[in-house]
Design a protein. Sequence first.
Length: 524
Amino acid sequence: MKKLIFSLLLLSFSLINVANAQSIVYADVNKADVQRMNFEIIGKLANNYLIYKEVKGNHQINVFNENMQLLESVPVTMLPKKGDLLDLTFYPFHNYAFLLYQFQKGNTVFCNAVRIEANGKILGEPVTLDTTIIAYKADRKINSSVKSSDGNKILLFKINKKDPAHHVFKTRLYDGELNLIKESRYTVSMDKGGHFLNGYSLANNGDFAFIKYNRLNSGNIQDASLIVKPENSDIYKEYPLSVSDLFLDDIKLKVDEENNRYLMSSFYAKQKRGNIAGIYNYALSLDEKEKLFETITPFNDDLRKKVGGKRGSKTAFNDLFINSIIIHQNGGFSIGAEALYTTNAGGMWDRWNYWGGPYGFYSPYGFYGGWGGWGPWGGGYWSPYYYYSPFFYRSYWWGTGYGYGSEQYHAGNIGVFSFDREGNRTTENIIFKHQSEDRTDGTISYQVLLNGSEMHFVLNHSGKISDLDDVIITEDGQMTETEPIEAKDKYVDFMPRYGKQVGPGSMIIPYLYKKNISFAKVNF
């Protein structure tokens, strides 16, 4: 990996301070946990930390204590063999978690669930949540699922795309104990070949929301609406966005429960395939479904020059992709975006040719561009961010990017753009960096830890001895660079992108150690 060139630019009225070093504790390296292991950090259940691992079809849940000492390794034996298992998803609660998994048996795809206790054990029998009859061998999941932020509801949904003009939704809403609350079936009208869906989200009140948009041949979005299907109704309503004069990129949706609203954000251009000109924001109230604001925030010339220099000022933000919408205690919010691209022997991938690669394998123009394999069922959306899948490291048989050809993956500058509760610009911060890695993106990019009014941007700084860099940005734009956390030896290479927050100021972060993967708990 090229050495991370790291510098900071503060674009608001503040000073750069240096904070004290943080603490880290490592779990022992298990030689069976090879680099091509699939894993997910489930989270903290009671006083334990649970991590799921899969190697060569063997599934297990490792249980760690506060000092990352392995208490128990619990085999997960009820999962089907590798060729039949289509997907699995974990939903942690305070003292337990649910594992939802899908598999095909004959001509039927099952979606089952089991409860995982804080000690990693599965005590009950699997419960079947849904079945789907198909006439083909599925290679991806049929059902998708989302969880409300308070953890009291889970929605299971699937989309039948047999008729391109009418996508039929079937949804099942469950409470936190997987008791069925409501089953619905409804049809969303689509423009054949033009309309797509993404951003599936579940509000605490049980409302199901997502975005419908029309992507032009140029790659831009010029027609979009928010769809909300209430918990106790089978009739949804569309709320159009006023973007006729803009060319949007990829729209992100966030349910902001603290401020009772849906938030949507996107970069925009002023012409087809044009340079990224600024940020579009839209807010709709959760209860009354009234538009709260719709704002356009252009990037000014000073910001462009500081990021791209004189020669690159017009194209300074063309490699940025929005990764997250972060809600603040004062009602404001920040948008985190990162420059992402790849290079290989055949050329360079960028914003205008991300359909079908290098990270996904999904074309927005394909008839079955969703999750349903080659049949009419699809989980429902394509995204250029498919490879950016935090928490779950799916190394090879799930189909994400490890070991493919001669690609070199790059993660560049991070932009943090902040707004008040009415969507007005407040501060802008840029973290200058350049990370690159051959044949994998596991050690590049970043993760965000939220602690009160602070956003911690955690990065891997790779060199002779890797370290974790922690850049703190407060909700009022103050930026602080902490002392780096140096790895214990030269064989450690951190993977913060797959880290998961497990407490107010703590995160479990995986790391590569020679040819293996292990985990460390970091207190910030």
